[in-house]
Design a protein around this ligand. Structure first.
Ligand code: KG4
Ligand code: ZN
Length: 336
């Protein structure tokens, strides 16, 4: 079964062709980074306008690179939740038009589940596993029981981890996209230069929850209070912030692993591309856990994860109808 996956939930306009859920024939990602850079963040109106201008070309490129024609498509999977509403609608409406004209089924895909599925494309992971979803809009620690069955254990109670990276970077003018710049700068910095503290969450009420807003504010406003006489270079700020941001995540992941007895972990989402996240989670292999990540291109937003997950639903006879619409928020994955 050949599935076209369409992803336009934020600022990546992506179409991919995937065969049988795991053979990526093409994965075209047209990034809008340069066009949002002057604003140090994604401007929703610009994002949706660019998706409208690009989607047809991106789809044609994906079909051509896959070496097929549109008539070879068996189905279309499209991200329809959560994300920027205007951007989601461009993908959904394009997908509906194309599916209708080709007389093939369409399936609406949850972006968070697609990130959690991304690892499955390259590694056949046995369920259940601990899913760690780290993106610009979400931070979720969950039990992944199947491609469709996710039991949320904890989420951020305020900012998402990627949002904290991006806001710290924006405040200090470290460059855009913020997460990538902090990751790069941190490699040359002293992670103990500034001893930012993590949140003090009630361990009973927020057993597996996280919080990034306090850390972000501490890094932005209180830097001088913590100054150890070490220079506040972008490298030192980045390394110190990243150490605490990732450290608190790993603590919660370890607690969830211990309590659930799960032996496998898989991360996903843009921040799963972070080098400290990858090395810290990988270190859990020494404690006997099986740890997998999607390759870097499958961590950030892409159509292949959407097509891959779409294939699973379609194989089980689950599809959407042409009433399919877009939803900006999915409450199951957030507390705030
Ligand atoms: O999953 P994603 O592409 O889009 C959303 O669903 O939000 O994640 C985007 C987030 C942004 O906050 C970006 O700064 C962050 O992922 N990101 C990183 C890295 N690469 C992307 N954060 C830290 N280190 C990275 N290497
Ligand atoms: Zn995403």
């Amino acid at each position: 079964m050949i599935v076209l996956g369409i992803e336009t939930s934020c600022d990546e306009c992506s179409c991919a062709v995937v065969e049988n859920g795991n053979k990526i024939l093409s994965n075209v990602i047209a990034t809008q980074i340069e066009l949002h850079r002057p604003y140090d963040g994604v401007v929703p109106e610009i994002a949706s306008r660019l998706h409208t201008e690009w989607i047809e070309q991106v789809c044609d490129a994906a079909i051509n690179q896959a070496g097929i024609t549109k008539k070879d498509l068996d189905a279309i999977a499209v991200t329809n939740r959560p994300g920027l509403l205007g951007s989601l609608l461009v993908g959904v409406n394009f997908a509906k038009g194309l599916a209708y004209s080709l007389n093939i089924p369409i399936i609406g895909i949850d972006h968070i589940r697609a990130h959690l599925y991304a690892s499955q494309i390259e590694h056949e992971l046995e369920y259940p596993y601990l899913g760690v979803l780290l993106s610009g809009g979400h931070t979720v620690i969950c039990k992944v029981l199947s491609y469709d069955n996710v039991e949320v254990l904890g989420t951020t109670i305020d900012d998402a981890i990627g949002e904290a990276f991006d806001k710290v970077a924006k405040h200090y003018g470290l460059g855009y996209p913020g997460g990538v710049m902090i990751d790069r700068l941190a490699q040359k910095g002293d992670s103990k230069a500034f001893l930012f503290s993590g949140p003090k969450l009630d361990p009973k009420e927020h057993k597996y929850d996280l919080s990034y807003s306090g850390l972000k504010t501490a890094v932005i406003n209180q830097l001088d209070l913590f100054s150890t006489g070490i220079e506040a270079t972008p490298e030192n700020i980045s390394a110190s912030f990243q150490r605490v941001a990732v450290g608190m995540l790993i603590k919660k992941v370890e607690r969830a692993l211990k309590d659930t007895g799960l032996k496998r972990i898989s991360a996903g989402g843009g921040v799963a591309a972070n080098s400290l996240v990858r090395s810290s989670l990988s270190a859990l292999r020494d404690k006997g856990y099986e740890v997998t990540f999607p390759s870097l291109k499958l961590c950030t937003d892409n159509g292949a994860m959407v097509a891959g997950l779409g294939y699973r639903y379609l194989s089980d006879g689950i599809k959407s109808d042409f009433e399919l619409s877009a939803t900006s928020r999915v409450s199951a994955f957030r507390k705030n």
